[in-house]
Design a protein. Structure first.
Length: 202
């Protein structure tokens, strides 16, 4: 009887260890997946910033100035509305050099009077929003009759408290710019703002 009890205790102990191991394995796997997603988003954002300079390179100086002003205005409105902070502003500086354009993307805080470099010193949420809005603007600049814009898992780096604001603002600019935006997302805070939702169940 004692041998049986001892064996049962050993089995229970082993099962407990396996459960802990399985839990840790799932946690580590999730962290790896999140890191990979974050790296992919970061790469996509950097690509969008680089693409901006390529698009502006083809414009005349006068039109380039107008485009920069529109970019600053729309993106400033976006970060102020989404992050509920009227003290933030997006600033875009453009310097033409022969066949190239140097651009800097900064976030200005009117309270601290400081500018933060968007590519290296700003939070992932703000960087994510700016990259998405830049992408929408670039698509509209590149074609006269834009097809619906598809955004895959947008806003994943935005804090929970601002995700609903993000969804609402996408709907606002969709109407303002006259372009249909299709979202592929698992974030109910974002999809809840859509005119129509198609759910896919596995």
């Amino acid at each position: 009887m004692n041998d049986v009890t001892s064996q049962l205790n050993s089995c229970n102990s082993l099962l407990s260890k396996l459960e802990v191991y399985d839990s840790l394995k799932k946690q580590v796997t999730l962290e790896i997946e999140n890191s990979q997603t974050e790296m992919a988003n970061s790469t996509n954002q950097i690509t969008i910033f680089e693409k901006s300079s390529q698009v502006l390179l083809n414009f005349s100086e006068m039109y380039k100035k107008l485009v920069v002003e529109k970019m600053e205005s729309l993106i400033t409105e976006g970060i102020q509305v989404i992050f509920e902070n009227p003290n933030l502003a997006f600033r875009l500086s453009v310097e033409s050099k022969r066949n190239n354009i140097d651009m800097s993307f900064k976030i200005y805080n009117s309270i601290t009077k400081q500018q933060t470099d968007l590519l290296y010193g700003e939070s992932g949420g703000i960087k994510n929003v700016v990259a998405i809005l830049l992408r929408i603007i670039l698509i509209l600049l590149s074609t006269k009759n834009p097809a619906p814009i598809v955004l895959d898992e947008p806003g994943t780096n935005i804090s929970e408290e601002y995700k609903e604001n993000f969804g609402k603002f996408l709907k606002t600019i969709s109407a303002k710019l006259g372009v249909q935006i299709i979202l592929i997302t698992h974030l109910t805070e974002v999809s809840g703002q859509a005119d129509s939702v198609i759910s896919i169940k596995q």
